[in-house]
Ligand binder design. Structure first.
Ligand code: MN
Length: 401
C-alpha cells in the first residue's frame, strides 16, 4: 500500500517505480525523477538530505541517469528498497509530499546519454516476414539466423525522447521502373521494439556471460526504430541498414528497472539447433510484455514480446563475446517484435504486406506513414500479485521533408 493517491492497483504503483529525467517551468534544470501513480518524485531534492547513503547522493545531482546506472546492481537494489519504503510508510508522507510533481507539469527529457546503439533482429516471425518481402525468391531465414542473434550498430546520436517530431528523411531510392532517384521517403515505417539499457560497464576483452545479464542491464525502455523502407531496400546490401534507419530512433521517457519485471519473466522458446555454449543460459527466460501500436489513435497491432527466439541475455552475451566492452548508456534493442498472427506485426511493411494489403484508418486505406501521422507504441507486463506494469509509451509525429 502506498500513501500516494492512485498508486495502488495502477500500472505505476509501488511495484514499478521507473526512472526518468524531468524538469518543470519553475525549475528548468533536468533531474532524476521516479514515477509513482501520476506523480514524479524528485530524487535530486531527496538526495540533498540524509535519506540516501553518502556514496549514492552525488548520482542524483546529475542531469541524466548515467551516474546512477554506472553504480551497478547493489546501488540499484538499495535505492529501490529505500524508495519502496519511502512511498509505503505513512510516516514519510508529510515530508515527502513536497517532493512530488504532477506528471502533467513535468517536462520529460532523454533519460540517459545513449553510448552505443545496437539493434537486433530477434523475432523469428519478423525475420521470416521481412525475408519473404525483401527476398521473395530466396529462403526467408538466412542460414546464420538460428545460430546467432543477428544485429547491427545503429546511430546513438539520433536517439530522441518520445514526443520529438520526426522529419521525413530523404535519400536514394529505386523507382518502380528501376530508375535511381533522390527524394523524400515514400515508404516511411515504424518498428515496435523493446530496448535494454546497460548500466554497469565492462573492460575491453571481457565478454559478459548470458547469466550475468542482470548485473549489467539497468532497465527496459520502449523503442520505435523509424525505418525508410525504400532507402533501406536499395542501400542495405551487403553491409546492412544505414541511412534508412539512422535519421531518428525514438525511446520512451521512463526506464523500467529490470527488478520490476521479475513477475513478467516467462519461458523463452526452445531453440533448434541448440546454440553454442556462450549463448546457453542456465535459466532461459523472456519477458511477457504485451505491446500495442496505435496509428493516429487507432490500435493496429498487438505484438507479443514473450516469444522472441533470441532472449535479451543472449543478445548481451553475443554483442560482447568478441571482447567488445560495454559502456554505461549502451542501448540494445530487440528488433521489431512480431507475433504469428496478422494483427501482431510490429511494422507497417508487415501489417500491409509491403503495401499490397492496406489497413483501414478513419475510413481511408493506408500503407506507409503520411506527414502529420502520429504513431504511439505502448506496453504492459504482469506485475507481482496480479498487478500490471505500464511501460509508458513512445510516440512521434511525422513532419514534412
Ligand atoms: Mn529495428
Amino acid at each position: 500500500m502506498s500513501w500516494v493517491e492512485g498508486a495502488d492497483g495502477g500500472p505505476y504503483g509501488i511495484h514499478h517505480l521507473p526512472y526518468g529525467i524531468f524538469s518543470t517551468a519553475k525549475d528548468p534544470t533536468p533531474r532524476v525523477g521516479v514515477r509513482i501513480a501520476d506523480q514524479v518524485l524528485d530524487l535530486r531534492k531527496l538526495a540533498t538530505g540524509t535519506f540516501f547513503l553518502p556514496w549514492i547522493r552525488p548520482a542524483f545531482q546529475e542531469q541524466t541517469l548515467g551516474a546512477f546506472m554506472a553504480m551497478g546492481r547493489p546501488a540499484w537494489r538499495l535505492v529501490r528498497l529505500q524508495l519502496t519504503e519511502l512511498l509505503n510508510a505513512a510516516r514519510y508522507r508529510e515530508q515527502s509530499a513536497t517532493l512530488l510533481t504532477p506528471i502533467g507539469k513535468a517536462r520529460m527529457h532523454l533519460p540517459f546519454d545513449v553510448a552505443d546503439y545496437v539493434d537486433f533482429y530477434a523475432s523469428e516471425h519478423h525475420a521470416t516476414n521481412l525475408g519473404r518481402l525483401f527476398r521473395p525468391d530466396g529462403e526467408a531465414l538466412l542460414p546464420n539466423w538460428k545460430h546467432l542473434p543477428v544485429g547491427y550498430h545503429g546511430r546513438a546520436g539520433t536517439v530522441v525522447p518520445s514526443g520529438t517530431p520526426i522529419k521525413r528523411p530523404s535519400g536514394q531510392r529505386k523507382g518502380p521502373g528501376g530508375e535511381i532517384g533522390f527524394g523524400p521517403s515514400r515508404r516511411l515505417d515504424i518498428e515496435a521494439e523493446v530496448g535494454f539499457v546497460v548500466g554497469a560497464p565492462t573492460e575491453p576483452g571481457s565478454p559478459v556471460a548470458a547469466d550475468d545479464f542482470a548485473e549489467h542491464v539497468f532497465g527496459v525502455v520502449l523503442v520505435n526504430d523509424w525505418s525508410a523502407r525504400d532507402i533501406q531496400a536499395w542501400e542495405y546490401q551487403p553491409l546492412g541498414p544505414f541511412l534508412g534507419k539512422s535519421f531518428a530512433t525514438s525511446i520512451g521517457h521512463w526506464v523500467t528497472p529490470l527488478e520490476a519485471l521479475e513477475a513478467a519473466k516467462t519461458a523463452a522458446p526452445e531453440q533448434d539447433p541448440a546454440p553454442l555454449d556462450y549463448l546457453k543460459e542456465s535459466e532461459r527466460f523472456g519477458y511477457d510484455l504485451a505491446l500495442s501500436v496505435s496509428w493516429n489513435g487507432v490500435e493496429v497491432a498487438r505484438p507479443p514480446f514473450a516469444q522472441l527466439y533470441w532472449t535479451p541475455a543472449q543478445q548481451l552475451a553475443h554483442m560482447t563475446v568478441n571482447g567488445a566492452s560495454l559502456r554505461t548508456g549502451d542501448l540494445f534493442a530487440s528488433g521489431t517484435v512480431s507475433g504469428p498472427e496478422a494483427d501482431q506485426r510490429g511494422s507497417f511493411i508487415e501489417l500491409t504486406w509491403g503495401g499490397a494489403e492496406p489497413v483501414r484508418l478513419d475510413g481511408a486505406e493506408r500503407t506507409f506513414l503520411e506527414d502529420g501521422d502520429t504513431v504511439t507504441i505502448g506496453a504492459t507486463a504482469p506485475g507481482p500479485g496480479g498487478e500490471t506494469i505500464g511501460l509508458g509509451e513512445v510516440t512521434g509525429t511525422i513532419t514534412a521533408a
